[in-house]
Design a protein around this ligand. Structure first.
Ligand code: FES
Length: 110
């Protein structure tokens, strides 16, 4: 899979998220002051959707119990879960927001 446009820039407001079905994944796009990020729309604690969770700096917080995940690499913060979520390469271009699902940014599984 290659870099593919999946959203227009204006579809992802600052400090908000949108979910796009792409390549068999629910890709959650999040925009913060630090950029646009692409992670899976599933918390690794009790598998709640992350969409609707608060985004701040480079973090997203699960709306159910508040687990935090680093949007840059899917790594969890806090004690609720130690399992990362998937994070993918994401670029914003003049045409829109593009994601490459073949480039994972989360830590490899053991
Ligand atoms: S389901 Fe996300 S923190 Fe519990």
């Amino acid at each position: 899979m290659a870099l593919e446009l999946i959203a227009q820039a204006e579809e992802v407001p600052l400090n908000d998220t949108v979910v796009v079905e792409h390549g068999g994944e629910q890709v959650l796009l999040a925009r913060t002051a630090f950029g646009v990020f692409a992670v899976e729309n599933r918390c690794s604690h009790a598998y709640q959707e992350l969409h609707g969770g608060k985004v701040k700096k480079v973090m997203i917080f699960c709306p159910l119990h508040g687990a935090g995940f680093d949007l840059r690499n899917g790594c969890p913060k806090g004690k609720l879960t130690d399992k990362p979520i998937k994070a993918w390469h994401c670029e914003e271009t003049e045409e829109g927001i593009a994601v490459d699902l073949s480039i994972r940014l989360d830590p490899p599984e053991d």
